[in-house]
Design a protein around this ligand. Structure first.
Ligand code: DGY
Length: 322
């Protein structure tokens, strides 16, 4: 008999067809949080769930409504919205989509770094607003990237892909902060592992690409921001809660650091009354690290592979995170 699976994200048609062939599929198209009652109803008989919605916490409360659940397949690499202890108690497998989004996410982080350094959006707006009437003045100058020092917080797959771009393309000096040492990046890219405070004091660019855990929540506080160079640029492509966003807003306003590029926020979507929106030394993108056609396709395929394998086998399957 076919197992019951709830799909709660829009995925490419071919991948949806694979799910329809393998399972009794319930497709839940609006966000689970937008219509909680309907989603709860859909969960009652579910053996598996597949989708991506960082705002939905899959915890004891959620799982109380999913008594038959055996497997959850998130279309993301991050799984901080899943309560691993709650899953473990019920023997539910969780799978994610690592690897396939590494390069795309590293590209986006480098895009933010370069665009923030060279003030690309500000300068584009200058033209749009009819203010390019003579050569730009020094107050619009950017900052060099080539040969500068990059501090990477987190040396997982994406951290390594960023290190590669920085070393091979931009001859940057690389410092990194990570709980374990990575000899490969130290040898290939001459990366140097150091304490967080030392990295913050020395880096011209700081990139955050750590997982969100209790230890990394608000790792970057007002005090940490004060350690950075006034010319430094901070990029966050990981999770908003790793940085104290209010402290960052104040640091940018008071020119404690030069600029920031953020793809992630403490609350997403970013509320329109956020003080960040009043700043011009910040570049924002709406959580799009993996949002290319190729990468999102590969993520959907990987997540479909994961749920099919998990519900068809009791043995360990690929990308099993818990
Ligand atoms: C991920 O895969 O974790 C991205 O941040 C998308 O949520």
């Amino acid at each position: 008999m076919k197992k019951n699976v709830v799909l709660f994200s829009k995925i490419p048609v071919e991948q949806q067809k694979r799910l329809e062939q393998a399972f009794n599929l319930t497709i839940f198209t609006s966000s689970p949080d937008a219509d909680k009652d309907a989603f709860t109803k859909a969960l009652i008989n579910a053996d598996g769930i597949i989708g991506s919605n960082m705002a939905t916490r899959v915890d004891d409360i959620f799982l109380a409504n999913a008594p038959n659940l055996k497997a959850a397949s998130t279309i993301s690499v991050g799984f901080d919205n899943y309560d691993l202890a709650a899953l473990k108690k019920r023997g539910i497998r969780l799978m994610n989509t690592p690897t396939v989004l590494t390069e795309g996410t590293a590209d986006l982080i480098f895009t933010l770094l370069m665009a923030t350094a060279r003030r690309t959006v500000e300068l584009s707006n200058l033209i749009h607003n009819g203010k390019w009437t003579k050569s730009i003045t020094p107050d619009y100058y950017g900052t060099d990237i080539y040969g500068k020092t990059l501090g990477i917080l987190g040396m997982g797959r994406i951290g390594k892909a960023i290190a590669k771009r920085a070393h091979c393309g931009f001859d940057m000096n690389i410092l990194y902060y990570n709980r374990s040492a990575h000899q490969d990046v130290e040898q290939k890219y001459q990366a140097i592992r150091c304490e967080l405070d030392d990295l913050l004091k020395q880096a011209d660019f700081v990139v955050v690409i750590l997982p969100l855990t209790p230890e990394t929540t608000h790792l970057i506080t007002k005090k940490k921001l004060a350690l950075m160079k006034p010319s430094a640029i901070l990029i966050n492509g990981a999770r908003g809660k790793i940085i104290d966003q209010q402290a960052l807003g104040e640091a940018l306003k008071n020119k404690i650091i030069r600029a920031a590029g953020l793809d992630v926020f403490e609350v997403e979507p970013l509320p329109m009354d956020s003080p960040l929106l009043k700043l011009d030394n910040i570049l924002l993108s709406p959580h799009v690290g993996s949002a290319t056609t190729e990468t999102r396709y590969a993520m959907a395929k990987c997540a479909v592979d994961n749920i099919i394998a998990a519900l068809q086998s009791d043995k360990p399957t690929a990308n099993w995170v818990n």
